[in-house]
Design a protein around this ligand. Sequence first.
Ligand SMILES: [Zn+2]
Length: 239
Amino acid sequence: MRYFEIRSPRWDEPGHWSGEYRALHRWHLPGVECPKCGTWAGMGAYPSVALSALEEPALAKVTGPVHFAEYMRLAGLVRTYLPPGIPIKGGSSFGPMVGTARGRFGPVTCWPSWEVVLREDAVELLKAEGLNGVIAVRMELKSRRSTTPALYELEARPLARLHPDCIGEWKTPPCDVCGRPEMFDLPPKRWLLRSSIPEGLDVFGLEGANPRVVSERFVEVIQRLGPADVTYRELPAAD
Ligand SMILES: [Zn+2]
């Protein structure tokens, strides 16, 4: 199976679709002022993870990094709701996106560059074709037009890893005080560590990096629905 990064096209490439949305996830874990490794906030979105049962007002707003003790309290609350194997990281968002939308949307949209939004018929086709690992969460978007189709955010859990040879030495080691995982700058030339690829999944994310990865099958099924304003870049794999 071949794998591809899915991203928005370059800014100067002409697009087919006018669709835009403004939305935020329902819950947010802030970044942290860590006494050992400094102030930091990562990124990551788990729209399928609902935190309503926590009833914690501090998670319902977007803030900058918070004091260490407060971060550890909030991270401790959120941790039990995360799917197994997913590291907890400050700056992550949870729950469906809530906001507004306008214009016409293609089968798949990337905005911001790494975020993947699917039209309802695309979600249905991916499921009908039996693709695996497609976690699509309906966005709660208000639109002035009733004809705007339902849109779904594609969740990409960080299950695979970039190959250590393409990351090189420019990485920050993990922190044992705040629990921050290893971080690195996205290398311009990149490839997957073959042994880390989750077998049989058609969608997944990368540990420590934003790009969403989709399989050749995903690309083929989505292309049946016509043009979309996204680009695919092959991510080779190596041992
Ligand atoms: Zn730290």
